[in-house]
Unconditional design. Structure first.
Length: 93
């Protein structure tokens, strides 16, 4: 087994690398990339957007087609997720 001598300079370089790595991790946790504000819309907006009735929207929620969040008695939908559902179900006719 070979013996290596660690110098003060080696320790300083190691410390610098550790600090850079920690700084990067902290910055990623504070701001993990570009943030997009979600646009939350209510049921009546989704109905208008899709041209569907309240019952049809309820069926889409029940069968898991459209994701939603419920707070109290109010149901909210992420507008981007609704648009994704539309894109995923696009058909060439």
């Amino acid at each position: 087994m070979a013996t290596e001598i660690i110098t003060v300079e080696d320790l300083e370089k190691f410390e610098e690398r550790i600090l850079q790595g920690m700084t990067t991790l902290i910055n990623e946790r504070i701001s993990p990339g570009p943030k997009e504000d979600k646009i939350w819309i209510k049921s009546h907006n989704v109905q208008r957007m899709l041209g569907i009735s309240a019952g049809t929207l309820q069926n889409l929620r029940i069968n898991g087609t459209i994701p939603y969040s419920k707070i109290g008695g109010v149901i909210f939908y992420d507008k981007a997720e609704i648009q994704d559902v539309i894109e995923r179900n696009k058909q060439n006719v």
